[in-house]
Write a protein that binds this ligand. Structure first.
Ligand code: LMR
Length: 399
């Protein structure tokens, strides 16, 4: 008899569980289209050449393993804001802007939500329907009420702009709205420039706090283009939280590199908020892990490495977009009634295919193809060679 004997088992994490199941599958043709990681044309999850080069430099130059400050490296923070806001954005160097280095984008989100839970105890958080599976449980674990706003029309396979904006117009003052900066997870459908402007207007009029989750900058159209929505909100001079991840665009998943930025606050208030965030970070992870952030800092801070990295990122983006085109064409060639052209109108790793849980189950059982029961696939998990395997499996499971 233990003090914990009443504890029931929690369900496994929906996304990580797929990887575990796929790893155990002996079928050599198996495909893991679950977790959102970039895979190259051979199906590998590569370490970028630029990252290897930065690691070599760090290994040679590193003089100490001493703790970082609680808020992380100041240089990393400034470079992060530069990437998010554009090097010339007035908020990059403003005393009203603060950035904390965090263990991954998830660490940034958890820290932001802890701040909201403690300092805005009556605030609720609004998340898109659908959204990344972790958003809801991050709110729950931080003890915050969470509601969803309509976002996606699965009949037209596109952003449901009017109901989305109408829902934001009803958000109570003082609540928090989580928005995906680009490459919406799981739909790949992003707001256009006008819609972002409207979001900023609504945040101002309704006095809700936007929290932009930026996990895929560079995976849609380009580093600056992908941050255009975020910059539109930032330029409206609103208080704004940004949680960003470097896992995907630097491929440093397991190194846990991310940041939380507070923008548009009055300078003294920003300093007070930073002091509170530091207390919370100190009791969560004390000070952030260094290695991955040093890699990011090295690359962003050195023009030559940065150019090389931007080239690698561009190649990743082009491969993702190419897989989207090929998949849409191959599914279209099957001659089914479904129109898959939405795949090429959307961006990033994910597509919400519309494949039902029943068909998903058949494809997994017969052909060892693993993807989310919601129909979400990681497009970058496909290669020129495996697209036809996926399409044949889909056709066999639906006819
Ligand atoms: C995903 O949605 O698959 C990625 O964001 C990875 C993760 O941490 O869930």
């Amino acid at each position: 008899m233990s003090l914990f004997s009443h504890v029931s088992a929690a369900p496994p994490d929906a996304i990580y569980h797929l990887t575990t199941a796929c790893n155990m599958d002996p079928n050599p043709q198996k495909l893991n289209l679950g977790v959102g990681v970039y895979k190259d044309a051979s199906g590998n999850i590569p370490v970028q050449r630029t990252v290897k080069e930065a690691e070599r430099q760090i290994l040679t130059e590193e003089q100490t393993k001493n703790y970082l400050p609680i808020e992380g490296s100041a240089e990393f923070s400034a470079l992060t804001r530069g990437l998010l806001l554009g090097c010339h954005g007035s908020l990059v160097d403003s005393p009203a802007s603060v950035t904390l280095q965090t263990p991954g984008g998830t660490g940034a989100l958890r820290l932001a939500l802890e701040l909201i839970s403690r300092q805005l105890p009556t605030a609720a958080v609004w998340i898109s329907d659908p959204t990344w599976a972790n958003h809801g449980q991050l709110c729950t674990q931080a003890g915050i009420a969470c509601h969803s706003y309509p976002y996606y029309n699965s009949a037209t396979q596109s952003l449901d702009t009017d109901p989305f904006l109408a829902a934001l117009a009803q958000v109570p003052a003082g609540d928090v709205v989580i928005l995906h900066g680009c490459c919406h997870n799981p739909t790949g459908a992003d707001p256009d420039r006008d819609t972002w402007r409207e979001i900023a207007n609504l945040a101002q009029a309704r006095e809700f706090l936007p929290l932009v989750d930026m996990a895929y900058q560079g995976f849609a159209r380009g580093l600056d283009q992908d941050a255009a929505g975020l910059r539109t909100v930032a330029e409206a001079d609103l208080p704004l939280l940004v949680c960003n991840s470097f896992s995907k665009n630097f491929g440093v998943y397991r190194e846990r590199v991310g940041a939380l930025s507070l923008l548009g606050f009055e300078a003294a208030e920003a300093r007070r908020l930073l002091s509170q965030l530091k207390v919370m970070a100190r009791t969560l992870w004390s000070s952030p892990p260094s290695h991955g952030a040093q890699v990011v800092e090295h690359i962003l801070g050195q023009p030559e490495l940065r150019m090389q990295w931007e080239g690698e990122l561009q190649a990743m983006r082009e491969r993702i977009n190419e897989m989207r085109r090929l998949l849409a064409a191959s599914l279209q060639d099957l001659g089914t009634d479904t129109d898959f052209s939405f795949l090429v109108r959307q961006y990033g790793l994910f597509a919400l295919t519309g494949i039902t849980p029943e068909v998903n189950e058949i494809m997994r059982r017969r052909d060892s193809i693993y993807f989310m029961p919601t129909g979400r696939i990681n497009v970058a998990g496909l290669t020129v060679e495996t697209i036809s395997y996926f399409c044949r499996s889909y056709r066999a499971a639906t006819t």
